[in-house]
Structures are given as C-alpha cells and as structure tokens.
Design a protein around this ligand. Sequence first.
Ligand code: NAP
Length: 273
Amino acid sequence: MHVYGLIGNPVGHSLSPPMHEAAYRELDMDARYVTFEPDTDAVARAVDGAAALGLDGLNVTIPFKRDVLDLVEPDDLAARIGAVNTIDFSTSPPRGYNTDAAGVRRAFAHHDVRISGADAVVVGAGGAGRAVAFTLAETCGTVHVANRTEERARSLAADVRSELPSATVTAGGLDTLADRVPAADLLVNATSVGMDKDETPVAAELLHADLAVLDAVYSPIETRLLREAAAAGATTLDGAWMLLFQGVVAFEHWTGRDAPVDAMNAALRSGLR
Ligand code: NAP
C-alpha cells in the first residue's frame, strides 16, 4: 500500500484527504492519505521519520513550508519561492516542490486563460502572494504586487527580480490598484480579505470584462470579489481551483500518472459545501 499525507499544525479541517482519496478510488490505487500534526519544533524529526517509515509523499502546510526547504532537494521554483508544500520520498534526499505555485498556472490553463505575456496584478504579499508572484513572473509580461503593507510588496518584488532578472515586476500599496487593475489581464487576490467578512480588496468599479480573476480565498467559495468580477463580465476562478490544482500537481509528482481531475474536484467541492 502507498501512504501519502499532510503535515501541518493545525491540519484538522484539511480537505486534502477526501480530495486525494477520491483520486485513489477513481484509479483503483492501493493508497491512503493521512494527516499528521507534529509539534511546531518537530518538523525535521517528522520528515526524517516519514522517510524512515517508507511514506511515499507528504504535503506540507502552515507553519512548516519554509522549514522543510532545508530538509529536501527543492526544484527551481520551490527554491526561488523559499517554500515547499510537497515532498516526494522516492529519491534520497527527497525532492521538494511548490505545487501552490504550479497549481495556479494549471488552474488558469484549465479555464483556457492565457497567462503568457499577460499583465497581472497580485494583491497580497504573504505566503500565497509570494507563490503566485513567482509563478506568474515566469510567464506573464508584467506582474504588479499590491499589498496593504507596501514595504512587504516591495520586498517581494525585489526578491522576484533578483531571482528572475528578465521579469518586469513592480510593487506598491493597495492605492496602486486603481491604476493597475483597469489595464490588467489577470487579477489574483492572495490576501485573506473576503474570508471572514463579505469584503473585497479591489473596488468593483475597477473590474472589467477583459479580466480573469482568481481568488485564493476558498471559504466562502463565492467571495464578494468574485461576485463583483462576474457582474463586470470577468472570467472568474474560485479558490477551490487553486486548492485542487496544487493537489493535482502533487499527485502527478508522486505517482507519475495523470490525476483524475474531475473526481478530485467533486470530492473537494462536496467538502466545501
Ligand atoms: P499570510 O501569509 O498571512 O498573508 C496574508 C495577506 O493578506 C498579506 O498580504 C496581508 O497584508 C493581507 N491582509 C490580511 N488582512 C488584510 C486586510 N484586512 N486588508 C488588506 N490586506 C490584508 O496568508 P497566506 O498564507 O498568504 O494566505 C492568504 C489567503 O490565501 C488566505 O485566505 C488563504 O486561505 C488563501 N490561500 C489559498 C490557497 C488555495 O489553494 N486556494 C493556498 C494558500 C493560501 P499585510 O502584509 O499588510 O499584512
């Protein structure tokens, strides 16, 4: 039997187990997906222990994504971002990937949204904003990072430029959205705004029909930003698509097989209802 899992603290409400186990059922795989909640100072022992026990793969979530970087051989994207959310134990040392980032590209591709050469605006400069900015900067024409704490946006943009010198990456406070969003092709909300209250980080009048909008927030599934973007005629992708495709890409790294996207999506969305 293959064993995959998730380490984080806390992991109690994770939707990864039903999403991955739906894939195992669909492909008739002898596999299980288990959650683990090590103490916050025990991640190195947890990863060593997982390797010693013969686990096949682990997803990694808050607060361990950065700590794990030093415990694995990260691929280029994970190394640039400085965070790993997927470990593949089939090699020694284990390989580390950032499928939050790769999943964003797959989510856009799944919706036939072309990101190559696009002008993108990323709102947020925390963990999700970092993954999104790095992955979009690889293919988009321009990336503008806007964040409530402007200095954090500037620092992220400088990190991206130093890793990807040919990328055009700018930064500013949330006030810069008024200039940037009307001319943008892509907009990603990577803040937590919209999660607890029916609020949006982007004023409705800035949204337009030529925009594709991805909201990383997945609870609620339909945020105010997505509602207002749809009303403006924009293409909308909810946060479950980002969550789904990070899982899809992880599954494909672990198994070398195409993931059963529809089965995983159905399991994820039934957990989000
Ligand atoms: P984080 O590292 O804590 O960053 C939080 C971000 O939100 C920062 O940019 C912060 O700005 C901003 N923010 C928080 N409250 C704000 C407010 N009231 N007004 C304006 N900006 C505000 O969190 P994270 O890990 O990046 O997660 C961000 C969101 O993405 C969460 O909702 C999370 O659930 C979601 N997420 C989704 C997926 C997915 O697969 N769908 C994956 C990862 C994360 P400051 O820097 O100014 O504090």
